[in-house]
Design a protein around this ligand. Structure first.
Ligand SMILES: Nc1ncnc2c1ncn2[C@@H]1O[C@H](COP(=O)(O)OP(=O)(O)OP(=O)(O)O)[C@@H](O)[C@H]1O
Ligand SMILES: [Mg+2]
Length: 629
């Protein structure tokens, strides 16, 4: 009796211990009879299902504890399997009272009686919603990375530790085709590029990171890329690599253009400076030889030598003129111009110039927009381009001159925004070699034999077009000819009809003139030229002196003044004289317009202006033109 009680007590103690443990476990632990009614349910289980602590469990059936799909799984498969095999485990779900579903891992054990009949079931259920959430988060994050990978606007790829491609985004696929499974060196267009890429991937697999600009041939076109290849490491070991190719061709072009522009700017400053000084000297040489020519008529022993001096000086003046054009320091008188008219007027001359072996094709757009430019300069642009084209076609060919409107919408890289007018000159000559192309606009760059070219043709074109706010581009391939395109901004208004032939102007006169020039030699020269032609001349070395010489009532007919002088500019002088009551007209002379352009903009249309150097004849013609005009 006493012994029995002790055994009973110990059994009860063990049962209590077991119950307490089951109550405390965080997993659901429950039992049910074979008809599915719940017999017991621990605290974690009641919490998962939302069952109140003292609730009646006998009416809690399996079907109520699980969502329909999980209940069906349990009743049709899991419980029969547990009865057959002793136990079953798998992923199912619980349904809380409030309706929400909890993903779970479930174990079912079938218990048998002495005869081997299954009598009841026990189950242990673990909440795996946290794990499920982590898995989902991982899947989401992978999907996000995948989306980035697919949609970045550059090529993106990855390789395994042997350099075989395992991933490729659509940009890479579009450009190079599918390479998954083969070596990454397939992402290159030429044999050289392939070899380099293979070497790069080897370096990266050895642990280096490669970041550099590379050139690749894509569909036969040379393009620039920023290439980044970096190792993927796991536990310090390189297990593969990722590669990125970003197309930077556009940026490269812009950088090249900027470099080119800066170089031209520097050379232009230098050239302009030299040309300016030369101009003053040449004006003196031309002027004094003009005076000597007057004194030594044909027949005189000195006539020919002086004439030679004059001719050489004129050639030198033409050269400095080109340099000035290139350095954009030529004084220009922009007008509204119809480019078609310029082409038409010049076409006769061009035809003679290019000879019979070259055909001239004109393709001029009707209703061409006008441009604001200097007429003589545009003629020069056309001539220089045409002469170059002719030189490139020594065995004959076609010279094409075409004009067109380019609306702002037609964006051309490197061309300023806005509507443009395009003048293009194309030839079917030998084209321009790749290593020559970057230099053709540089002054004195020529591939022609000495005496055949000075190398100033294109630099003049460049300077003129820049000064007009435009851009000149070239498209050329060796053996396929060249096309030079001049883009000029569209101007408002319409170009006036071209004026008739120049009226004949007499060169002499007896009016009273004032010459204001700070350089003594030049001042004397001009005065002498004018006096020789019958004029009455007063000279002044500065604006102040000129003002002092003006006596109201005894006015001048014309004031000839240098534009740029220390203290008072030519413009200011003209202004002050006008305010003082003078009715004299003004003729400005200058060889250098940097200050005019930056301080005042180009001379207004209608301003009388004479570019240094000039001959006596040009001066006298201009003087009459202004006085009579
Ligand atoms: N249409 C063209 N086809 C082939 N090469 C050209 C063409 N236009 C210019 N070039 C190249 O550009 C170089 C420079 O041209 P540019 O007009 O500035 O000087 P040039 O013609 O040599 O001399 P210049 O014009 O002063 O008489 C030429 O020597 C030539 O190599
Ligand atoms: Mg030339």
């Amino acid at each position: 009796m006493a012994i029995d009680r002790t055994v009973e007590q110990e059994l009860e103690q063990a049962r209590q211990l077991l119950l307490a443990t089951i109550e405390a476990t965080p997993d659901l632990v429950g039992t049910a009879n074979m008809s599915g009614a719940t017999l017991s349910l621990n605290r974690a289980g009641r919490a998962m299902l939302g069952v109140a602590p003292g609730a009646d469990l006998s009416s809690l059936y399996i079907a109520e504890c699980h969502p329909p799909w999980a209940a069906a799984l349990l009743l049709d498969q899991a419980i029969p399997a547990a009865v057959r095999d002793g136990s079953w485990s798998g992923e199912t779900a619980l349904r809380h009272r409030d309706g929400h579903e909890i993903p779970v891992l479930q174990v079912i054990v079938a218990h048998r009686d002495d005869r081997g009949e299954a009598t009841f079931l026990s189950t242990i259920i673990r909440d795996i919603s946290l794990r499920k959430r982590d898995e989902q988060a991982l899947r989401d994050s992978e999907a996000r990375l995948q989306a980035v990978f697919e949609h970045v606007p550059f090529e993106f790829w990855a390789c395994d530790h042997e350099g075989r491609c395992v991933l490729q985004n659509s940009a890479s696929m579009t450009n190079w085709g599918r390479h998954v499974g083969s070596l990454a060196s397939g992402f290159a267009g030429s044999e050289d590029a392939r070899r380099k890429l293979a070497a790069d991937t080897r370096r990266v697999l050895a642990g280096e990171t490669v970041s550099e600009e590379v050139e690749r041939l894509l569909e036969g076109r040379r393009r620039w890329y920023h290439q980044l290849i970096a190792p993927i490491r796991s536990d310090e070991r390189v297990v593969g690599l990722i590669g990125v190719h970003i197309d930077i061709t556009e940026r490269k072009h812009l950088e090249d253009q900027l470099r080119q522009a800066q170089k031209m700017e520097a050379v232009g400053k230098l050239a302009g400076g030299i040309a300016h000084d030369f101009n003053n000297l040449l004006t003196a040489i031309m002027g004094f030889s003009g005076i000597l020519l007057e004194r030594h008529r044909p027949g005189d022993a000195s006539h020919r030598p002086v004439e030679q001096i004059m001719k050489s000086a004129e050639r030198a003046a033409a050269l400095t003129g080109k340099l000035l054009a290139f350095s954009r320091k030529q004084v220009i008188q922009p007008r509204l111009i119809d480019l078609n008219a310029v082409v038409r007027d010049l076409s006769g001359l061009l035809r003679r110039l290019i000879g019979e072996d070259i055909a001239l094709d004109l393709d001029l757009r009707t209703e061409l927009w006008p441009v604001l430019a200097d007429h003589a300069q545009l003629e020069q642009v056309l001539m220089n381009l045409a002469v170059n084209a002719r030189d490139a076609m020594s065995n004959g060919g076609r010279l094409g001159i075409r004009t067109g409107n380019a609306p702002a919408a037609a964006e051309i890289p490197g061309i300023p925004q806005g509507d443009h007018v395009v003048l293009s000159v194309s030839d079917t000559g030998g084209g321009i070699a790749k290593d020559v192309l970057p230099h053709i606009f540089e002054p004195f760059f020529t591939t022609k034999r000495p005496g055949e070219g000075t190398g100033l043709g294109l630099s003049t074109v460049y300077g003129i077009v820049q000064q007009a706010g435009g851009q000149v581009t070239v498209n050329s391939r060796e053996g396929e000819g060249s096309t030079f395109s001049v883009h000029l901004p569209r101007a408002e208004g319409s170009a006036p009809n071209p004026s008739g032939p120049h009226p004949v102007i007499r060169l002499r006169g007896n009016e009273s003139l004032m010459v204001v020039e700070d350089e003594a030699q030049l001042r004397d020269l001009i005065a002498e030229m004018l006096r020789g032609a019958g004029y009455r001349v007063v000279v002044a070395a500065s604006g102040e002196e000129a003002i002092g010489r003006y006596v109201p009532g005894v006015d001048f007919d014309l004031v000839i003044t240098d534009v740029i002088m220390p203290v008072m500019s030519g413009r200011e002088l003209a202004e002050r004289l006008r305010k003082g009551g003078s009715k004299a007209r003004a003729l400005f002379i200058s060889g250098y317009t940097d200050n005019i352009i930056s301080a005042y903009g180009p001379l207004e249309p209608g301003t009388a202006f004479l570019q240094k150097p000039f001959t006596a004849e040009t001066l006298l013609r201009k003087v009459r033109e202004v006085i009579d005009g």
